[in-house]
Write a protein that binds this ligand. Sequence first.
Ligand SMILES: *[C@@H]1O[C@H](CO)[C@@H](O)[C@H](O)[C@H]1NC(C)=O
Ligand SMILES: *[C@@H]1O[C@H](CO)[C@@H](O)[C@H](O)[C@H]1NC(C)=O
Ligand SMILES: *[C@@H]1O[C@H](CO)[C@@H](O)[C@H](O)[C@H]1NC(C)=O
Ligand SMILES: *[C@@H]1O[C@H](CO)[C@@H](O)[C@H](O)[C@H]1NC(C)=O
Ligand SMILES: *[C@@H]1O[C@H](CO)[C@@H](O)[C@H](O)[C@H]1NC(C)=O
Length: 559
Amino acid sequence: MFRALALVPLLAALICAVDALPKITRTGRYLYDESGNRFYIKGIAYQEQGVVVVSADNPFGEPSSFVDPLAMESACNRDLPFLQQLGVNTVRIYSVDSTLNHDACMSAFSKAGIYTIIDLALPLNGSIDRVSPSWSTNLLELYTNTIDAFSKYDNVLAYNVGNEVVIQNATNVAPYVKAAARDIKAYLKSKGSSALVGYAAINGQAGWRGDLANFLSCDPSNSNSDSTSIDLYGLNDYEWCGDSTFEKSYATTTQAYSQYNVAAYFSEFGCVSSPPRLWTEAIALFGSDMNTVWSGGIAFSYFPAASAAGQFGMVTISDDQSTVITSDDFDKLKTEYGQINFINSPSQTSAGSPSYPSCPASSSTFLASTTLPPTPNEAACNCLESTLSCQFTPQTANYSAVVGEVINNACGLLGEKGGSCTDIGGDGQTGVYGRIAACDPIVKASFVMSQFYEANNRQQVTCSFDGNGTVNQAAPSSVSAANVAASSCVANPNAVFTPSAAPTNGAGGSAQTSGSSNNNNNNNNNHSGSLAVGVDPNALLGMTLMAAIAALGGIFTLA
Ligand SMILES: *[C@@H]1O[C@H](CO)[C@@H](O)[C@H](O)[C@H]1NC(C)=O
Ligand SMILES: *[C@@H]1O[C@H](CO)[C@@H](O)[C@H](O)[C@H]1NC(C)=O
Ligand SMILES: *[C@@H]1O[C@H](CO)[C@@H](O)[C@H](O)[C@H]1NC(C)=O
Ligand SMILES: *[C@@H]1O[C@H](CO)[C@@H](O)[C@H](O)[C@H]1NC(C)=O
Ligand SMILES: *[C@@H]1O[C@H](CO)[C@@H](O)[C@H](O)[C@H]1NC(C)=O
């Protein structure tokens, strides 16, 4: 009796040990499991499409809301047998809510040998806005909250710091993405996590596609350091349509990445323009023409995902959410995935030593400085905020819907008074970043509002901003004292600050509700079937005005 009971914990421990998925790590440009076998991502995108507003300049339609698929136990259990039929070892998830519980889904997937690639950005104000980019405290916190929520699981393969953020006419956003990769990498290291840092790129034109890939995996300090490099480059590639061949579809792209230094895979694939999809590209992707360059890919998409180009989904879910109905598309992918044998070479010992080359030069088609935005420093921003004499106090909790306009108005007014908004702006092309550009939009708004208020000798009415501002009675009593206090908060904005896990992790974290104004993030690439996380160009509209506002020196400036 006693002996039998005593065995229970031991048995449980054994079962756990058996169940734990092997860690996947990167050596050079390849991924390996703990036994030294090459790891290939045989995956599928797993996220229901959010609310999408399709417009002329947003043909795919990026979602403005999301449902976290890893927080729905019954849905995961419903879908798991189908994921297993497909034989996938990885699912890609585009948006998760760190405040929810993911234990059931993560554990079910882990037991089934399924890893996750988790995108850290969220729709709207939860991602780097390519129209007025910023890598700021609120985004860093959003990203690290998600990592904190998922770090206890054994089946997180990678975290993506962005999806299709950089596009043809916004290559100057690349330094912000690289800054995010740098900080997330440092954060994961501080937690002792071996999860990979990834980015999923749109399949852009040759003039900048390769530069971006190299930029994300280069070392700006020319010392072969990995500290700002991604580990896993994803290409959302829809080049193989219908009954095609390697030569006709993937050869050129594969050649283009033949010298790449970190692991690469197709973060989405599965063109719908010549139906039915045959999924024969999967055989090519994992075959000997491609396996030395790519580590597999993510078929797009398990759930229905409609675009102007067509329907990417492979299953439909019954109205009562209980039943999965598969399509021919599903059956064909199952057949093709079922025929794949991973080629176990090169071996880990011959994978080569790590290499982080110097960064590509900026060019007329790739406008990215190797001077990256600084690491967002929440303590500095909070300190600054406490000194500001006029504070942004929106009447709505949904402040992201108004903050852009408030900043915009305040910058306009400040400009008329001879002030400037350069301290809250930045430019990824020149590599010049305002000294509080990494603070969140609330602090930025308060900062600009305070400047205007000070410029008007603290006349109360000039802190109103139509009811969005409140005088901060606790602020230093004079303009000059406020200036000194504010400056001391951000005295050394370039000081190296490494985000690291707090010694004790509270359950804290801001709930992210999304669904503010319509976003028109422009995915004008017909290959894109992405559930790309949108950004709200209106959120920080003020930034676009900044260039037009003359900098005539300070009324209340950071000395
Ligand atoms: C890119 O071009 C599109 C249309 O040509 C435009 O709507 C969009 O605002 C541009 N984006 C940036 C960041 O300039
Ligand atoms: C987005 O805005 C909402 C309010 O509208 C806020 O609660 C949330 O924290 C914001 N998210 C980020 C990442 O800034
Ligand atoms: C706050 O600012 C927004 C945007 O400018 C404006 O629409 C709103 O009327 C202002 N006042 C209040 C009380 O929200
Ligand atoms: C936030 O405001 C926008 C409009 O500005 C609205 O469409 C959205 O529903 C609001 N979100 C929430 C959670 O109230
Ligand atoms: C899709 O892109 C390809 C190559 O980028 C181009 O040749 C084709 O015309 C595009 N089709 C549409 C419908 O835009």
